[in-house]
Ligand binder design. Structure first.
Ligand code: CP
Ligand code: NVA
Length: 308
């Protein structure tokens, strides 16, 4: 039996393989039971703190909590003090007295860490400069639905290899035994020290490799939120890394799936033909955000048991 009660999800670095597998199993059960009327969040309040915009993450948290009788409260930085007129630590202390859990999306990973340290309730990282862990769980769940056992599969990330999505996938794939190939320009790859920290695995890691044989091709926007000033430079660097039909053919397989965290800038990192094509699983992946987020909350609030 796993006991995740009280635990935060800030990064996958401090989660073990079997614990992550248990969360994927619970996510798949949550999905299978999605039409059942349950009230597991009755009496539960969750604060949703957003310094950056969001469609999927916000809606996944709000609908997951709300449809099961809980009360999500959306708080943007236009609404609350968060490091502006009140320290993050003090805000955390107050929110911890009023809410059962906190979701944070924002600029700094350190803010998510402070919220977890000072609130005393589970904190979920809904995207920072460094990681987007709830996204990565939905991504590997989507791969498992497609292929079954994840160990030995290969995911190839194409694009900005240092961003929050690439870094989260590196950690999670490594932990689950998924081989990882990074197709990114030299300037946009994690450095040696970072790689050593992120890749704790005996699976295969190829930096600058080809997409040949990949089970999944994954890409993300060329310009992440907060980096808008770099648009022209990124376009120049990343144009050769567009995921189009030509690149997809280079896998040498017709059952490679295409994944993208979304939102996508069609015509930049991915073409319409690929994202709308038969190998795309992006809409399943987006739906899985909700099931995985619900599972993470159920487990860390102690509302669902996870058997071994
Ligand atoms: N993938 C993702 O996090 O989407 P949002 O930015 O819409 O939340
Ligand atoms: N790398 C993107 C992910 C969006 C879900 C960003 O940070 O904007």
């Amino acid at each position: 039996m796993y006991d995740f009660k009280g635990r935060s999800l800030l990064t996958w670095l401090d989660w073990k393989e079997d614990e992550i597998r248990a969360l994927i199993a619970l996510s798949r059960r949550v999905k299978a039971e999605k039409h059942e009327q349950k009230q597991r969040f009755k009496g539960i309040t969750v604060a949703l703190l957003f310094e950056k915009r969001s469609t999927r993450t916000r809606c996944a948290f709000e609908t997951a909590v709300g449809e099961e009788g809980g009360h999500p409260v959306f708080l943007s930085t236009d609404d609350i003090q968060l490091g502006a007129k009140e320290s993050v630590e003090d805000t955390a202390r107050v929110l911890g007295r009023m809410f059962n859990a906190i979701q944070f999306r924002g600029f700094k990973q350190s803010t998510a860490e402070s919220l977890a340290r000072y609130s005393g309730v589970p904190v979920y990282n809904g995207l920072t400069d460094q990681f987007h862990p709830t996204q990565a769980l939905a991504d590997v769940m989507t791969m498992e639905e497609e292929f079954g056992e994840l160990k030995g599969r290969t995911l190839c990330f194409v694009g900005d290899g240092r961003n929050n999505i690439a870094r989260s996938l590196l950690v999670l794939c490594g932990k689950l035994g998924i081989n990882f190939t990074l197709c990114a320009p030299k300037e946009l790859r994690p450095n040696e020290a970072e790689l050593k920290k992120l890749w704790q695995s005996s699976a295969s890691l190829k930096i600058g490799g080809s997409v040949e044989g990949a089970d999944a091709i994954y890409t993300d926007v060329w310009v992440s939120m907060g980096e808008e000033a770099l648009r022209e430079e990124r376009r120049r660097m990343l144009s050769p890394f567009q995921v189009n039909n030509g690149l997809l053919t280079k896998t040498g397989r017709d059952d490679t799936i295409f994944l993208h965290c979304l939102p996508a800038v069609r015509g930049e990192e991915v073409t319409d033909q690929v994202i709308d094509g038969p190998q795309s699983r992006v809409w399943d992946e987006a739906e899985n955000r909700k099931h995985t987020i619900k599972a993470i909350m159920l487990a860390t609030l102690g509302l669902e048991q996870i058997k071994v």
